[in-house]
Write a protein that binds this ligand. Structure first.
Ligand code: MG
Ligand code: MG
Length: 256
């Protein structure tokens, strides 16, 4: 089932996205050595609920937190905990906001302090691959075009794309059709249509693509224990330039 959005729906998703963008910035400014990840989660919960929203992930399939915080070999779906961030950690923050009946979803990955050139390149390449994919997310193109562009950009640098987890349609539900893979063949897959809203979210491993689920029942980790990165935007499909509804603007202001 596909859910096409009206202009009014999109306006609400934008309001939801605006709250989400500020949540990410608050978290970004608190990512430093010694901070317990559960405290980042509490900041996010407080900000979202103060604004009249609710964290999309909290209680989703029983997920206990507002943020997914995935560290180092954690790819996605990591649980906030008493773990304190250390120099050299790679920290992916994924968050969703439910506001006036609509969800928004975005993710960003940080390095704590100094990391290797290889890890810096992983973060830069994963973020670039998100925009490379978004550029092709327009009416008439196919999801294979989007996935292929992401995959090609990532593999050119020697990194790998996770296969089992994908992006998704988003709106009144956090996960709607279609699935949005970060790999694929040009000219294949679902043909994009006007007024769909998609969460595009490359998950990129520094080493091999293989993943597994941790015994905690949530965290997805790399099999080879190498770090992974995740960037995500919520995007409106148009005939021309896709409209990115979420933004990293406040994150990047907070980091500078
Ligand atoms: Mg997400
Ligand atoms: Mg998502």
């Amino acid at each position: 089932m596909l859910y096409y959005k009206t202009r009014e729906d999109v306006d609400i998703i934008k309001q939801s996205s605006e709250i989400l963008a500020h949540v990410h910035a608050i978290v970004a400014s608190n990512i430093k050595e010694g901070v317990a990840t559960v405290d980042l989660d509490l900041l996010a919960f407080k900000y979202i609920t103060d604004k009249g929203g609710y964290p999309s992930f909290k209680n989703y399939n029983g997920f206990p937190a507002s943020l997914c915080i995935s560290i180092n070999d954690g790819v996605v779906h990591g649980l906030p905990s008493n773990y304190k961030l250390k120099q050299g950690d790679v920290v992916s923050i994924d968050c969703g906001v439910f506001y006036k009946g609509f969800h928004s979803d975005s993710a960003y990955t940080y390095a704590v302090g100094e990391v290797s050139d290889e890890v810096n390149t992983l973060l830069k390449t994963t973020k670039e691959s998100l925009y490379v994919g978004i550029e092709l997310a327009k009416v008439g193109n196919r999801l294979g075009d989007v996935g292929n562009a992401i995959q090609t950009h990532v593999e050119k640098k020697g990194f790998s794309v996770v296969r089992e987890l994908v992006g998704h349609g988003i709106g009144k539900s956090l996960h709607e059709s279609p699935e949005v893979p970060n790999y694929g063949k040009r000219g294949q897959g679902f043909k994009l249509q006007d007024n769909l809203v998609l969460a595009i979210e490359p998950m990129v491993n520094l080493g091999k693509k293989n993943i597994f689920q941790d015994r905690d029942g949530w965290t997805i980790r790399t099999v080879d224990k190498k770090p992974s990165a995740h960037f995500e935007h919520t995007v409106l499909i148009n005939k021309n330039t896709p409209e990115i509804l979420t933004t990293f603007k406040y994150i990047e202001e907070a980091l500078n």
